[in-house]
Design a protein around this ligand. Structure first.
Ligand code: HEC
Length: 215
């Protein structure tokens, strides 16, 4: 009986490792986390802003701008042994991002966890482009949460711009030239400062503005 038990455990383990290897071949299968368009922007806007983990004077020498730098703090397949993940749950000033910045949301933490579990790969799945004519605020908000809100929230509103609510975002478009910042044209600063978002995300925000910023 006991041997049977052990055997079925071994089969289950085998089955699991098989699922894992198929993932290797299909980098952008449905459900695979997109490093370039989901993880990197999240880290850029919450960790790699100026004064934090970017450039020569990066806090504690930890730089988090590129894939190569980010994976140094990850143990592929094992979130609980990945500094990049465990540090999100620390308390007080040990937590990243530290107070007064907000902690990442549960959904954002889960995304990082899943990315690590899937092997922390340098995936780029740009084909997830949505072309709906009048995107909703919910869709635009997802982009802003991932790419902008780390620097533009109540506790750290760079340039006195907040993008963490519908009303604040509309205000930024109407009075702060948000649209021009997406390309950094006409004298506007480039947003995000590290470089433009994907064409897909820029087009989504532009269509939302053109449609009159539906809520
Ligand atoms: C890494 C931090 C950071 C991220 C990420 C970031 N911003 Fe900014 N943003 C700033 C800083 C700093 C300023 C003010 C300094 C400046 O004008 O360059 C600013 C200013 C702005 C302004 C005001 C521009 C002006 O001319 O006054 C807008 C609008 C803006 N950001 C929109 C965005 C949008 C939209 C995103 C996401 C797509 C974003 N930002 C992502 C740091 C950031």
């Amino acid at each position: 009986m006991r041997a049977l038990f052990l055997l079925s455990g071994a089969i289950a383990t085998l089955a699991l490792s098989c699922t894992h290897s198929t993932l290797d071949g299909e980098d952008c299968a449905p459900g695979v986390v997109d490093f370039t368009n989901q993880i990197q922007p999240l880290i850029a806007s919450n960790c790699a802003m100026s004064g934090c983990h970017v450039g020569l004077n990066a806090a504690e020498g930890v730089r988090l701008s590129t894939y190569a730098q980010i994976v140094q703090h990850v143990k592929a397949g094992n979130p609980d042994q990945s500094h990049l993940y465990t540090i999100l749950f620390k308390s007080g000033n040990d937590r990243m991002p530290p107070p007064p910045m907000s902690a990442l949301t549960q959904a954002q933490k889960d995304l990082i966890k899943l990315w690590i579990e899937q092997g922390a790969k340098n995936t780029n799945c740009a084909n997830t482009c949505d072309s709906v004519a009048a995107p909703s605020w919910a869709q635009v908000s997802t982009v802003f949460q991932a790419q902008c809100v780390g620097c533009h929230q109540a506790s750290g509103a760079s340039g006195s711009v907040r993008l963490d609510s519908y009303a604040e975002a509309v205000y930024a478009v109407d009075t702060r030239g948000l649209k021009a910042t997406l390309h950094g044209t006409g004298g506007a600063p480039q947003m995000p400062p590290a470089g433009p978002m994907s064409d897909c995300s820029i087009a989504l925000v532009e269509r939302w503005i053109r449609a009159g910023m539906p809520q």
